[in-house]
Design a protein around this ligand. Structure first.
Ligand code: PEP
Ligand code: MG
Length: 882
């Protein structure tokens, strides 16, 4: 089978559509070659080879190296140079590239083909000895590290010694003699750490390099990155073998990385950095601080060499070509070799939520993309970033920053200082809010970066590892704050003449790069401009209605501002915990007779009524689904002696009585216990009180000319009979209240149920006879379908995800294959009884884009989610419809 895809002037086997097979990088290298862009020729070993490599116990698939040899021959012909030649050698790089990008997570080796003879040949052929040995020391270092497993620091230590000997700070200031010496030392390092010599055979180097890249697919950091980013179902990485071009030939050369637009803000301005006289990952690794591409036309080395205006103009031309071709922002890697620009990579640029929105709107205006494409392209979850608070401008005015770094990833973040990735993980788990403070981050740190509230680095540019990864996640990051001196061992930083340690809190503004002492106040975001435009487009295309889960007037109002079209779940139990209410609630629970219970419920009634008036008013005539009390009663009473004593005192009864009652309420499986509609079956007076409050509140609103549209929802129903009984009770209560209040107007109150017990879904045709609407409670439905306790699932869920038994947490994203069948069945059976039955979802899944797609496909009428997720749900619903 075909395992190697060539790209070059001779021929190009692959194309842009073959991402799965060639990886994103390989597919785009083929594509760029096809449209005539200056790409050094090379070939891609497919992701299928990687899959085979692991299936055969980490062995390269048979026949791969034969195909590689053929491709190398072709490359030699095209370049007019021989791989392994001692006079004018052809050098090659190997780089990883999976179907989805994983920046910096896997391995790269440059300058393959050099050895003790070839380096002399390269020096002679180019007349540039320093460059030849700079290339060789890079190969020895990368090959030693990536292929032979020698710790990178062992090489660093030798380099530092040479720099000290020569009295210089920068790698570029080390002279030729120093680099020659360094190559000798590096070979000794390899021998010392592995007992083996650096292989002089170029073909062996290439084979081992390819093997190493395949192996890097399974290094822990790469696995972790895929977990965090929920990347599943990939075959592996491809390996791209490519002719080397040289950015390290002198001060008229360099390499750079750039985005065709600003990936933080979305501004339509070329946004890149370059490093003079450098190669490969130097820019990203933050070894020297790169220069912005704008400075290219003016920049001059002390020796008067320059990269020049022309190269800058060509880069700008490249921006236009790439954006027109890919119709999206591109993230590129380029090398300039003595007046020639080469493209080494292009991919769609990762961007913040704010940038995604701005870029999509701008590109519609520029007629690069359509409105529909714009809607489809913005990752719905990333809107969260736009809804997050920023620092209060007033608070900022009165504070002066300790220092200003680069605004690497927008947002406002504060936390106590953590100095290593592990520390950040541990302290976050322990419930602390931390900032990860590092000189620079590396792919090893992703776990800690993910845990931390924000990231602060002292070196590295806008395209450094920390910046790129943080932007991808929408996490606040300030990079390259060079005035900060970090002593990670001591757990201290020094800045602006002050010292801060683990207990101290700093605030960082990722939009401006400012760093402040202490915790700064934040303000809510504005929902206008491009954001509003995108929401308008989303509303135009979506079919699902979007409601919210809210149980206070404040949350209701916020959700309406975010565009909620009603409340899909008002959890009334939340109202019982506040202030004096909890005392009345406890009195009700502890009551021994129905009479006493009713007396206590009477005290609760006005509270409930007031809450409902507040919520109905905030929702201004939009429907409000009120769910009757759901949790088991023991949740409302204290379980410790001290608490029980206080309750006893407040209610004027003996502590022993409280203790006895609490013991009676104890359940081994409370989630499967005396809760939901079961409470109202045992204590119908609870239902009566709640329904009374709802109806009285609706009447009170009507009298104030506030439209109120309550919908009564009965939880945890498993049989038609349960619902029938409680429905009758509710209808009776409604009639009683209307009569008592002598209300003559129209009150249209519907009564429906949640479908959250598998039996209810299985018998939904029967249940529908008693229900005006269904709302899927997928939290409980997931619990009961899997048989996983909602409360205790985290004791084993991480192992299940780790072993890929489950792709993702089924409590966050609906298990469409299993639980989804019950949902689909519930909808179909329900509507077989009532054709127009209104059906929604109010479990956590109602705010999850993948689950929303399923809800759309299954024909639900609405989804309901927490207020902050409403915009996400609106966008996801549109994406589901397109
Ligand atoms: C559900 O079970 O999905 C639901 C919305 O109800 P709760 O989470 O309150 O049990
Ligand atoms: Mg539930």
């Amino acid at each position: 089978s075909k395992m190697v895809y060539y790209f070059g002037k001779t021929k190009t086997d692959g194309n842009a559509k073959q991402r799965e097979l060639l990886g994103g990088k390989g597919a785009n290298l083929a594509d760029m070659t096809s449209i005539g862009l200056p790409v050094p020729p090379g070939f891609t070993c497919t992701t299928e080879c990687c899959d085979q490599y692991y299936k055969q116990g980490r062995k390269l698939p048979k026949g791969l190296m034969d195909q590689v040899h053929k491709a190398v021959k072709l490359l030699e012909k095209e370049n007019g140079k021989k791989f392994g030649s001692n006079t004018d050698p052809l050098l090659m790089s190997v780089r990883s590239g999976a179907a989805q990008s994983m920046p910096g997570m896997m391995d790269t080796v440059l300058n393959l083909g050099l050895n003790d003879q070839a380096v002399v040949g390269l020096a002679n052929a180019t007349g540039n000895e320093r460059f030849a040995y700079d290339s060789y020391r890079r190969l020895l270092n990368m090959y030693g590290d990536v292929v032979m497993g020698v710790d990178h620091h062992a090489f660093e230590a030798e380099f530092d010694k040479i720099k000290a000997e020569q009295g210089v700070d920068l790698d570029t200031d080390v002279d030729t003699a120093g680099l020659i010496k360094l190559c000798g030392l590096y070979k000794k390092v390899i021998k010392k750490h592995t007992g083996q010599n650096f292989p002089q055979d170029p073909m062996k180097q290439l084979e081992m390099g390819i093997t190493a890249v395949f192996s890097s697919w399974m290094v822990p950091r790469a696995i972790r990155y895929r977990q965090i980013n929920e990347m599943t179902g990939l075959l592996g990485t491809a390996v791209n073998v490519q002719t080397m071009v040289y950015g390290n030939m002198g001060d008229d050369c360099g390499t750079g990385v750039a985005f065709t637009r600003n990936p933080s803000t979305g501004a339509n301005k070329f946004y890149g950095e370059f490093l003079v006289n450098s190669q490969g990952e130097d820019v990203v690794a933050g070894i020297r601080t790169p220069l912005p591409c704008e400075s290219m036309p003016k920049w001059k080395a002390p020796n008067n060499k320059t990269i020049g205006k022309q190269m800058h103009a060509e880069l700008m031309k490249m921006k236009g070509i790439l954006e027109k071709h890919y119709k999206d922002v591109q993230d590129i890697e380029f090398t300039i070799e003595r007046g020639k620009l080469f493209m080494l990579q292009t991919r769609n640029g990762k961007r913040t939520g704010a940038a995604a929105v701005k870029i999509a709107c701008d590109m519609v205006k520029e007629k690069l993309i359509t409105e529909k494409t714009a809607v489809k392209r913005i990752p719905a979850n990333d809107l969260t970033q736009l809804l997050l608070p920023s620092f209060d401008p007033k608070a900022k005015k009165s504070a002066s920053p300790l220092t200003v770094g680069l605004p690497a990833s927008p947002g406002a973040s504060f936390g106590a200082l953590a100095f290593t990735a592990e520390e950040a993980v541990e302290r976050t788990h322990a419930g602390e809010r931390v900032l990860l403070v590092r000189q620079e981050t590396s792919p090893e740190d992703v776990d800690g970066m993910h845990s931390a509230d924000g990231i602060l680095t002292s070196t590295g540019g806008m395209t450094s590892h920390a910046a790129v990864v943080a932007r991808g996640w929408g996490k606040c990051c300030v990079a390259g704050a060079g005035e900060i001196q970090i002593d990670a061992k001591a757990g201290k930083i020094k800045v602006a003449g002050k010292t801060y340690g683990r207990k101290d809190v700093l605030s960082i503004d990722g939009t401006t790069g400012e760093v402040f002492a202490g915790e700064m106040d934040t303000v809510s975001p504005k929902l206008s401009g491009d954001f509003a435009t995108v929401m308008k487009w989303a509303d135009k295309y979506r079919k699902l209605a979007v409601r919210t889960n809210a149980d206070s007037p404040a949350d209701s109002k916020r959700a309406r501002d975010f565009g909620a079209e009603g409340i899909g779940l008002c959890r009334t139990e939340h109202m019982f915990f506040e202030g004096d209410r909890i005392t009345a609630m406890r009195e009700m629970i502890l009551a021994e007779t129905e009479g006493d219970r009713k007396k206590a419920l009477k005290k609760l009634l006005p509270y409930q009524r007031k809450d409902f008036v507040g919520i109905f008013t905030a929702m201004k005539g939009l429907p409000v689904t009120v769910r009757l009390l759901d949790p088991p009663l023991h949740e409302f009473v204290p379980h410790d002696a001290k608490g029980q004593k206080e309750v006893a005192k407040a209610l004027g009864i003996s502590p022993a009585k409280v203790k006895a009652r609490v013991a009676m309420l104890h359940e081994a499986n409370p989630m499967l216990g005396h809760r939901g509609c079961r409470l109202s079956i045992t204590y119908p007076e609870i239902l009566t009180m709640q329904v009374t409050a709802i109806v009285e509140a609706a009447i009170a609103c009507k009298k104030k000319r506030v439209e109120a549209k309550p919908e009564i929802m009965i939880p945890l129903v498993g049989t038609k009979a349960e619902l029938a009984l409680l429905r009758a009770k509710a209808e009776e209560t409604i009639a009683d209240v209307l009569a008592a209040k002598k209300f003559k107007g129209k009150l249209d109150i519907t009564i429906g149920t949640m479908i959250e017990i598998p039996r209810a879904a299985l018998t939904a045709d029967e249940v529908a006879e008693e229900a005006d609407f269904f709302s899927f409670g997928t939290n409980d439905l997931t619990q009961m379908t899997f048989g996983y306790s909602r409360d205790d699932v985290n004791s084993f869920l991480p192992d299940y995800i780790g072993h890929e038994i489950l792709e993702k947490d089924p409590f966050q994203s609906l298990d469409t294959t299993g639980v989804g069948q019950l949902v689909a069945m519930g909808v179909a059976k329900g509507r077989s009884t009532k054709k127009k039955l209104k059906v929604g979802i109010c479990g956590e899944h109602g705010g999850d884009p993948a689950s929303i797609q399923f809800c759309h496909d299954t024909g639900l009428d609405y989804v309901s989610c927490s207020p902050f997720r409403v915009p996400i749900a609106r966008l996801a619903a549109a994406q589901a419809a397109l």
